[in-house]
Design a binder for this molecule. Sequence first.
Ligand code: UD1
Ligand code: CA
Length: 453
Amino acid sequence: MSNLTIVILAAGQGTRMKSRLPKVLHPLAGRPLLAHVIDTARSLKPAKIIIVYGHGGEQVPETLASDDLTWVEQTEQLGTGHAVEQAMAEIDDESNLLILYGDVPFTQTNTLAEMVRLGSEGFGLLTVHLSDPTGYGRIVRNSHGEVLRIVEEKDASEAERGITEINSGIMCTSAKLMRDWLGRLENNNAQKEFYLTDTIAMAVATGVPVNTAHPAMEQEVIGINSRSQLAELERYYQLQLAEQLMASGVTIIDPSRLDIRGDVQIATDVTIDINVILQGNVRIEAGASIGPNCVIIDSSIGEGAELLPNCVIENSSVGAGCQLGPFARLRPGAMLSDNAKVGNFVEIKNSSIGRGSKVNHLSYIGDTSMGEGVNIGAGTITANYDGANKHRTVIEDKVSTGANSVMVAPVTIETGATIGAGSVITKTAPEGQLTLTRAKQVTIEGWQRPVKK
Ligand code: UD1
Ligand code: CA
């Protein structure tokens, strides 16, 4: 069993976000900042994950509740040291204690694994050199390069502010030692806070070796304090994802105009045009092409399928070789078999569309089971709702419906039936025959347009 305990600090207000939403719930790549940190924490397989929450009240634990998380409330935000202290009652003295921040979402597992190693040998600190270190705590070293202490910017001398090595805030050490040091913290500093960072000087005084690790990428330690920083990290995060996809054989027309907000699996030779959003669980098979401005949410796209511009697809599956759009909308439960076609201004909901069937123009198909080789005329509507209940429409193989026809569910259109344009079908349309409901066309002899008196 792992002796690693991870504490995530997430009680701060995040004043600079200017938001009613607690900072750690603001989304990065579609998920709360804190959810990213929790994921990374889990990847280290710790014995326990404790989250210190406070500002924003129960909203944070309610949003991210999970059996493997322990929540500790810090009712007053008296500083990072005070925050960790709130969690100590939940922590075993024998554990190795890793401290993460809920607003530092991009730290990588390898980096933290190295921190855990340093922590088990003394005290590990994650630091980085920044060309602009403004706002961060600075790492003060002696002439031998050994870490002596951390000084917060607001308490730093002119010379100390010149130090470019900064404290990421992420640290790891023995829980037993940390408990002792936290008990001795004082708040006689510029911010009248109990600084977690003051424990470093205590470690040095105790003779505990303080060693530093450095992330592979600067962005790993960037904390989000403002919406502007959030947008910047979002872009960076997206570019990383785009790079990974391109390296795996996906063509992305412009990596700066793709947004991935979830877990995607994209096979080789898929082409993704600009302004595409992929959200939730999305799977795209080999050779498919996704046109500009498509939004795909929790759906799968089959091999070689072609999405023309502006398709919106949610909770649906699109078979191999299908062609969609432009401007097609698949709502939850649309299941397209291979080679189906769904054209412009067509909405499909909770319906199966058989192999090779076509719904090409201006239609609504809802709660329908459609067979193979069907041709749906422009403007065909399945009227599935009687104002109280929804009913199903069954359209069997090789049916052809005329333009502007309405199928009033529950109703069945049998195999090979043809529906005349403009019909309102309320009863079974029999197999292989033409059914139509419109009145016969008449021409009124001698009729004249009225004239103005
Ligand atoms: C802290 C560090 C600083 C480091 C910087 C990195 C201290 C004293 N300073 O400064 O050295 O360079 O982070 O981003 O630790 N929090 C609580 N409860 C509190 C106070 C803070 O949970 O009472 C949480 C916040 O939600 C946040 C994190 O701790 O996730 C850091 O707090 P913040 O106030 O942003 O610390 P900084 O002043 O940025
Ligand atoms: Ca901060």
